[in-house]
Design a protein around this ligand. Structure first.
Ligand code: SPV
Ligand code: MG
Length: 294
């Protein structure tokens, strides 16, 4: 079986390294190319961002196969490893392992599975976030590991106990259980505007497995605090989607008001920038090579 590693540094190497790695969100082939071009080493295939870009709510409205199709386009567009947000696995152990193996085959380097029930709701929406039973969720993790024996394919177990208001003891108990079930890393999530509970978790957890965080709400905490806590990976989870949304709203507003595109030309990417990101020059070189030359 071909390894899930795609670049010199695989997702597994990066997530188990002692240095902090940053993963950046992408939601289609073009945004994935932007992430790679900017210099990020890992692409986060965000469920929120993929759903939103398809016009769905982040509540398992997009089917798993729609998500896989988007990931396939991203995997074709970039070389850097892709960690895919698999939500809660779209069902039980069987759905989760089916999705994971399809993702593996279309080029993903890992999947993150969260311990919610289907259908999940985005962790920042409302306060109904029922958790899966620990034993049942462990079955989902084990089934993925058994289905994909490639040690390079990373399984991140995401704990939603703090989001669900179940407290630190529950979060830690789940972390131990998920490590036992075969997870390669733990994502601990929080919706607080400070990093207190995340840092308390890392103090208690003592890096028994690498820790991944998503500081969307506690964005003011300096990254030095995460380095000091020995956190392995920070995911900037939705900032390309939000940047694109802000830019599109701004540009559409101006064009509708001004009834011309003359004033906004300098505010949008040039077509050459888009062509460069999508490697049109590679196609031109291939035409030279493969088409009969006059
Ligand atoms: C995502 O990017 O879809 C995530 C992170 O799961 S969050 O939206 O913070 O739950
Ligand atoms: Mg998500």
């Amino acid at each position: 079986m071909i390894s899930a590693g795609r670049t010199a540094e695989s997702l597994l190497q990066l997530i188990t390294a002692s240095e902090l790695t940053f993963a950046m969100e992408g939601h289609d082939g073009l945004s994935a190319a932007v992430v790679e071009h900017a210099g990020f080493k890992v692409l986060w295939a965000s469920g929120l961002s993929i759903s939103s870009s398809l016009g769905y709510r982040d509540a398992n409205e997009a089917s798993w196969s729609e998500v896989v199709n988007v990931v396939e386009r991203m995997a074709d567009a970039v070389q850097i490893p892709i960690l895919v947000d698999g939500d809660s696995g779209f069902g039980n152990f069987n759905n989760a392992r089916l999705m994971a193996s399809k993702l593996r085959r279309c080029g993903a380097s890992g999947i993150c599975l969260e311990d919610k029930v289907f259908p999940k709701m985005n962790s920042f929406v409302g306060d109904r976030h029922p958790l899966a039973e620990t034993a049942e969720f462990c079955g989902r993790l084990k089934a993925i590991k058994d289905r994909i024996p490639d040690p390079e394919f990373v399984l991140v177990a995401r704990i939603e106990a703090l989001i669900a208001g179940q407290g630190m003891d529950e979060a830690l108990a789940r972390a131990y259980a998920y490590a036992e079930a075969g997870a390669d890393a733990i994502l601990i999530h929080s919706r607080r505007s400070d990093a207190e509970e995340i840092l308390a978790f890392t103090r208690a957890w003592q890096n028994r497995l690498p820790v991944v965080i998503v500081p969307t709400k506690y964005y003011r905490t300096p990254v030095s605090a995460y380095r000091a806590a020995g956190i392995s990976m920070v995911i900037w989870a939705n900032h390309n989607l939000r940047a694109a949304t802000a830019a599109m709203c701004h540009i559409c507003g101006r064009i509708v008001r001004e009834e011309t595109i003359a004033g906004i030309e300098s505010e949008v990417a040039t077509l050459d920038e888009v062509f460069d990101l999508l490697k049109y020059q590679e196609l031109a070189a291939a035409e030279e090579r493969y088409l009969p030359q006059k």
